[in-house]
Ligand binder design. Structure first.
Ligand code: HSE
Length: 441
């Protein structure tokens, strides 16, 4: 057997400690499967005195990850520092330039610099593996890079953020508000102290940008993603979706259209009968539509130390085996430029919730605006506001009434024009809510 592959782990948080523990527990079986031993010879983190729940005996300690990245003590640099610049970026560049293979869980880094880093890896004849960067423990990178290579892919979509899925699931199951669910998620450690990146959809967008490149053979275009988070979703939307046969999920979707590739992250109504609708809590799921295989759906944990370590170590095993799959499934020079499909041309059904001022002719005005925009309605539901009169002392009829519209397939631009026209007629109070309906089998 060849000399053992020497690993340097940079970043000893939850994932780093799990990687060290996993290699200690399963190193022998990984060696048998890949034909080469794997051993952690070096680690790097800031605070040497902290107990991290893993045995670091015999490992060389580096305070500076860049020094470790260049060191002769390692063959593979495992970057678990995080962030799209600073120490993570500098050390990954240093490792690749010094001829070290790199394994990373860093979606932000790849979303921003992925193509450039792929070139650097190719120029230095080394691997850059990143299974853990997208949907944690789910092997979607390998699936797209290797297993689906015989297919032309028309769409890849998924629930890529466990925090958002946890919040939406609890809002649905327990009827509690977005704010209360978020506070619970933070208390339980599912959401970051600053959850903005999760709930505004940025984390999903980083992962989607990588999936788009792998699925469509295009350069990573993380700045070209239509982005809407889940902060505007109310329990009224969740209840209405339930009654109409849908669930609301934050999806990242990349889809080939006639005008280019759509990349979008937004709350989405999915039919209850679809596989993706049944993914609850912190779980992630990714679906891929291939022309020969049809649709496949992978489900699993998208975060957590052990699940993420599982993907990191699978990447290490591939390197031990001598697997040299191109970083982005093809040589970086062959990646096509990303051609964005404009969001205003997006086609699909829409859920619209309006707070309609209760006066004669209001419905007729709304229906006229929809017809003028060439939008056909599948259903209109008026939901009476419970006990409004009793609470406020005003007669119930004078309160704005929630009205839900479901459209047949139309375009984004038509819906936006219709909503602007409705707002200009003075028949609604507040901002309309609009949620896209994803067409799923
Ligand atoms: N914060 C992410 C989530 C995990 O909630 O799924 C890391 O990307």
């Amino acid at each position: 057997m060849a000399n053992a592959l020497r690993l340097g782990v940079a970043g000893l948080g939850t994932v780093g400690a799990s990687v060290v523990n996993l290699i200690a527990k399963h190193g022998n079986s990984i060696a048998r499967k890949s034909g080469r031993g794997v051993t952690v010879t070096a680690v790097s983190a800031r605070d040497k005195s902290r107990d991290r729940g893993c045995d670091l005996t015999g490992m060389t300690w580096f305070t500076d990850p860049v020094e470790m990245a260049k060191s002769d003590a390692i063959d593979v640099f495992i970057e678990l520092i995080g962030g799209d610049n600073g120490a993570a970026e500098t050390s990954v560049r240093a490792a690749l330039s010094s001829g070290k293979h790199v394994v990373t869980a860093n979606k932000a880094l790849l979303a921003k610099h992925g193509v450039e880093l792929a070139r650097l890896a190719e120029d230095n004849g080394v691997c850059l593996n990143y299974e853990a960067a997208v949907a944690g423990g789910i092997p979607i990178v390998k699936t797209l890079r290797e297993s689906m290579s015989g297919n032309e892919i028309s769409r890849v979509y998924g629930i890529l953020n466990g925090t958002c899925n946890y919040i939406l699931t609890r809002m649905e199951d327990e009827g509690i508000s977005f704010e209360d669910c978020l506070a619970d998620a933070q208390r339980l450690g599912y959401a970051e102290a600053d959850p903005t990146f999760d709930i505004e959809g940025n984390d999903t967008a980083h992962k989607l940008a990588i999936l788009t490149s792998l699925a469509f053979g295009t350069k990573i275009a993380a700045d070209d993603i239509y982005l809407e988070g889940i902060t505007s979703i109310t329990t009224a939307d969740i209840e209405a979706a339930d009654e109409l046969g849908y669930r609301i999920k934050l999806l990242g979707v990349a889809q080939r259209t006639e005008t280019g590739i759509e990349q979008r992250v937004h709350p989405t109504m999915v039919p209850k009968s679809s596989a993706i609708a049944r993914i609850d809590g912190v779980l992630n799921a990714v679906a891929v539509d291939g022309d020969f295989v049809g649709e496949i759906v992978l489900v699993g944990p998208g975060a957590g130390g052990n699940a993420t370590a599982s993907s990191v170590v699978a990447d290490v095993a591939d390197i031990a085996r001598g697997d040299e799959t191109p970083v982005l499934a093809m040589p970086a020079a062959d990646l096509a430029d990303y051609k964005r499909a404009r969001m205003r041309l997006h086609e699909g059904g829409y859920y619209i919730r309006l707070s309609v001022i209760d006066r004669p002719g209001a419905f007729a005005e709304i229906a006229r605006c929809m017809a003028d925009a060439d939008i056909s309605l599948e259903s209109i539901v008026q939901r009476r506001r419970a006990k409004a009169g009793a609470e406020t002392g005003k007669p119930e009829a004078s309160q704005p009434q929630p009205v839900i519209l479901i459209t047949y397939e139309t375009t984004e631009v038509a819906v936006r024009e219709a909503l602007e026209a409705i707002a200009s007629k003075g028949v609604i109070s507040g901002k309309p809510q609009m949620i896209r309906i994803e067409k799923l089998a």
